[in-house]
Design a protein. Structure first.
Length: 150
């Protein structure tokens, strides 16, 4: 399983620390190659990570910005990406176990908490309970514009 990670300029310091720690612990991470600058735009990084996750079945994505909100919104515009902004270990668990997320977004967190969140996200199994699968199927219908008359 590959773990793709990217960030805008606000999330970049956290990204570098996360990558350093995860690699030291043997968790392969693949960083976005989009150049950083003080004027970079978070949607570019969100799209880059999302494309990699979609093109690498079974992979996961981590996207960072100042607070995780913008990158989560941008990531969720990509069909097939289910990204939750998380700020706790419990959020990360529920994002995957209940909602089938393949990406999480974060920002402004302590490095130790960020790493624990990511480890939880990686280790948590995808949903298996019927109630969660039913709800996820409804989200897919919304994405396909077949659930509601638009």
């Amino acid at each position: 399983m590959n773990l793709y990670i990217g960030s805008d300029h606000k999330g970049y310091p956290l990204e570098k620390e996360i990558v350093r720690i995860l690699k030291k612990e043997g968790i392969d991470t693949i960083e976005s190659t989009i150049p950083h600058s003080p004027e970079d735009d978070y949607p570019d990084f969100a799209l880059d990570v999302a494309k990699h996750v979609l093109n690498d079945k079974g992979s996961l994505g981590i996207i960072l910005c100042g607070n995780g909100i913008g990158v989560s919104i941008a990531s969720n515009k990509v069909k097939g990406i289910y990204c939750a902004r998380v700020s706790s270990v419990e959020d990360a668990h529920h994002a995957k176990a209940h909602n089938g997320c393949n990406m999480i977004a974060m920002g402004g967190l302590d490095i130790n908490l960020a790493v624990e969140i990511i480890k939880t996200f990686i280790q948590t199994e995808n949903p298996t309970e019927e109630r969660h699968l039913r709800r996820i199927a409804k989200v897919h219908k919304i994405e396909d514009e077949t659930y509601y008359e638009l």
